[in-house]
Design a protein around this ligand. Structure first.
Ligand SMILES: [Zn+2]
Length: 465
């Protein structure tokens, strides 16, 4: 069995910060031992990695990505190959992507399609959630089978009428089914029916620029949908995970539900923590780069999101990585913001941006690891295989240089998209080396991985309840 020792680093997990060496055997963490002890110095190894002055972190778990996702007549620009490679560059060693049920088709067909997109192409490990577009008797039955085989979370949409939208009755039925089979319902909580009216009115009045995308997708309509989703989940007796929470009032709804003891969870994304409607209002058509849903909010919302992350009102930071090139894709919406493909690149920079939040004093180091690694793994049934550094866990390990300075740019990033949402932003901290199940994927800032190393992860049910 091949053995690797990582020595001299500070091991940071969601629960501890330990000056320890780490022994990896055959792709899993075998042991931790204090620096300089007989135990640590007696380990023989095929490979030794010097982590002096570095953090030794569990690999990041990004529970919300959309590789090669079809949207509005085009596809998200990253494939599973390019997207998982970029993830590895940024210290993320597990993604959970969304397989999509096409209207009128089975869940199985959708899942098979996503397996075919990913199989043999990923640089790091991956699992799937299932998007329910068509809740009916047979898709409800299929949910049980999917949970049993490791697709244990189901996303529904209160937005996008005519595409992914489910009405309250369908949502309630799916939640009732989930409450019986252990599945976790994930909700895109925006009132899409009302938003479509405002879109139509804005366009009719000549308000067509990207910034109106943020304008029509009102805070009240995110908060209202979040409230409704909570109540439906409560009636169904099901847990609820609200994706990409961006508005302060939506955080309030989740906090209120949790205060009542309801199993309601919330996720936010770096774009809501670091960007705002100021970006959507950038001159010319630049704002299109920042069009995603839920939309970016005015800057004041950021402090509420940070507070929510500190208080555990929000448990997870994912990226909702869904990149569309500015040239040729975002441009489809020139003169009509509603035709701008919704989504932003981000899978590569989540760990770094959240480390910057540690530097800036928004989060502790352990909370950084918790919201980016441990909690997503727990939430989606991957813990402790993923999300921590402990004996028995997969050796998904990031050697992180907390003092390195870098400037985020499309010139240097590895995502297959022609712009960066954080162009020119300087951040402190950078990934040095990444192991996936003990195998180097990034070594001293060089990519040494390969497509097909990443394997599919059947998941257990939510462990956060
Ligand atoms: Zn998404």
């Amino acid at each position: 069995m091949s053995r690797t020792v990582i020595h001299g680093g500070l091991v940071v997990t969601a629960s501890d910060e330990i000056h320890a060496d780490v022994l990896i055997e055959g792709g899993r963490i075998a042991a931790l031992a204090a620096h300089g002890t007989d135990a640590a110095t007696s380990w023989s190894a095929d490979r030794r990695i010097d982590a002096t002055g570095m953090y030794v972190l569990p690999g990041g778990v990004d529970a919300h990505t959309h590789m090669k996702m079809p949207f509005g007549g085009t596809y998200a620009a990253d494939t599973f190959e390019t997207g998982t490679r970029a993830a590895a560059w940024g210290g993320t060693t597990t993604i959970v992507d969304f397989a999509i049920q096409t209207m009128g088709r089975s869940l199985r067909e959708g899942l098979d399609t996503w397996h075919a997109k990913a199989d043999g192409r990923c640089a790091v490990d991956y699992g799937f959630h299932m998007i329910l577009s068509d809740v009916n008797e047979s898709s409800l039955k299929e949910m049980d089978r999917l949970v049993a085989e490791g697709v244990t979370s189901f996303k529904l949409f209160m937005a996008y009428p005519g595409v992914f939208y489910s009405d309250d009755g369908r949502i309630l039925r799916a939640m009732q089914r989930a409450s019986g089979n252990g599945g976790l319902v994930m909700m895109h909580a925006e009132n899409g029916i009302a938003i479509d009216v405002l879109v139509e009115q804005a366009l009719a009045e000549g308000r067509t620029d990207p910034r109106y995308h943020g304008d029509v997708r009102k805070v009240a309509l995110e908060a209202e949908a979040t409230h409704r989703a909570v109540q439906l989940a409560r009636v169904a007796g099901a847990p609820l995970y609200v994706v990409h929470v961006s508005a302060d009032e939506a955080v309030d709804e989740i906090a209120a539900a949790r205060h009542k003891g309801l199993p309601v969870f919330g996720e936010t994304c770096p774009q809501y923590l670091f960007l705002s409607t100021d970006n959507l209002a950038e001159p010319g058509f630049e704002g299109a780069k920042y069009v995603c849903s839920t939309p970016l909010r005015p800057r004041e919302h950021q402090e509420v999101l940070w507070r929510g992350l500190r208080n555990n009102e929000l448990q997870v930071v994912s990226t909702d990585h869904c990149p569309f090139c500015f040239s040729g894709q975002k441009e489809m919406g020139r003169g009509d913001f509603s035709k701008i493909p919704n989504g932003m690149p981000g899978v590569e920079h989540r760990m770094d941006l959240l480390h910057q939040a540690v530097v800036d004093g928004h989060l502790s180091r352990r909370r950084w690891v918790e919201i980016a690694c441990a909690s997503p793994a727990r939430m989606f049934g991957l813990y402790p295989k993923k999300g921590t550094i402990a004996p028995g866990a997969d050796a998904d390990v990031v050697i992180y240089d907390p003092g390195a300075e870098q400037t985020i740019s499309a010139e240097t990033h590895h995502m297959a998209v022609d712009y960066s949402a954080y162009e020119g932003r300087r951040v402190t901290g950078q990934v040095r080396t990444v192991l996936s199940r003990g195998v180097p994927v990034i070594e001293d800032r060089a990519y040494v991985g390969h497509a097909g190393h990443g394997t599919y992860l059947p998941r257990g049910t939510c462990q956060y309840l």
